[in-house]
Write a protein that binds this ligand. Structure first.
Ligand SMILES: [Mg+2]
Length: 319
């Protein structure tokens, strides 16, 4: 990558989508493994079986819900009910799963999807209590970030919050999606990771300076990621841990492979940390930065290629 030969926006959009799925699939076989175990036997390549007994190249709930979201955005400009309906279809009938059946679902997500199936409007379905702050909306928000990246910040943030709230309605989860989106938005137009984070921090603080939840974001807004040691990075399923860990992985590595392996090898919620970091790194390094030997084993490649192509057609080109 250099300034005279920038990566086209489309390559970044497609890179982010493949990158998310690859990061998810790299993490699936070692989900819940702790960091010490992965240090002994680190993930270096796409493995098979392991935690969920799945073949190589299998994405989990993260990937499936990203794909449901992208598909909704291809078919409707912005339709929360349609997104919610597709998420229910994933849970009940395996829509956009790698191999026909979901094998993992978060507590907050299943609660919200049962409420939608029972007739609650999607925009009100997500839990709003403090314990409903797992990473289940952050992990699937990327397509919305990409699709609306050219919008003014207020409406961009508003859309991300609404899509988060389908399953995760607490302010902290909604705001985490916005902070991720603000970084993605900068990366998409070619900002370097550190500059993108700096801009996103200023924009985020401007949006939420009156929010009671802003104090929870202090580490994300002030940490010097470049000097943070690994033992200060948590990789649980808590939304702010996932966002913090993913940004740290992006900022302390030099290419897609290094970033995503670092994320997965943190242990814990490996598939989601891998997925969120993979989305960031895919946008930074573009499709050519995502190792082809990790794309090759992914399930349903033809379906993915078709969807991603259609998705780029509805995305802004900033032209
Ligand atoms: Mg998962």
């Amino acid at each position: 990558m250099n300034d005279s030969d920038p990566i086209p926006i489309k390559e970044r959009i497609i890179g982010g989508l493949w990158g998310s799925l690859v990061g998810d699939a790299l993490g699936v076989p070692v989900e819940f493994k702790d960091r010490a175990a992965l240090r002994e036997y680190p993930v270096k390549d796409m493995r098979e079986f392991g935690t969920h007994e799945q073949p190589r190249g299998t994405w989990s709930d993260d990937g499936a819900l990203i794909l449901c979201t992208a598909d909704s955005l291809v078919n409707h400009e912005f339709h929360l009910e349609d997104m919610g309906r597709r998420f229910v279809e994933w849970m009940n009938h395996g829509l956009w799963t790698a191999r026909g059946k979901p094998f993992d679902i978060g507590v907050a997500t299943s609660g919200a999807l049962f409420r939608i199936a029972d007739g609650m409007p999607a925009e009100k379905a997500g839990g709003t209590d403090e314990l409903s702050n797992g990473n289940g909306s952050l992990m699937r928000i990327l397509p919305v970030c990409l699709r609306f990246a050219a919008e003014p910040i207020d409406s961009f943030a508003n859309r991300l919050e609404k899509v988060s709230a389908i399953t995760h309605g607490h302010a902290r989860s909604r705001m985490a999606c916005v902070l991720y989106g603000l970084v993605i938005r900068r990366l998409l137009t070619g900002s370097k990771p550190l500059a993108a984070l700096d801009s996103a921090r200023v924009e985020f603080t401007g949006l939420y300076e009156k929010s009671d939840s802003l104090n929870h974001f202090q580490p994300l807004l002030t940490d010097d990621f470049l000097s943070l040691p690994e033992h200060e990075i948590a990789s649980t399923g808590y939304v702010l841990h996932t966002l913090h860990a993913s940004l740290w992985c992006l900022l302390t590595t030099q290419d897609f492979r290094e970033c995503v392996l670092k994320a997965v090898n943190l242990g814990g919620d490996t598939d989601t940390t891998g997925c969120v970091a993979g989305g960031l790194a895919g946008v930074v390094y573009g499709l050519n930065g995502v190792p082809s030997e990790w794309i090759a084993p992914l399930a349903r490649k033809g379906d993915l290629e078709r969807l991603f192509h259609e998705f780029t057609e509805v995305c802004p080109n900033f032209g």
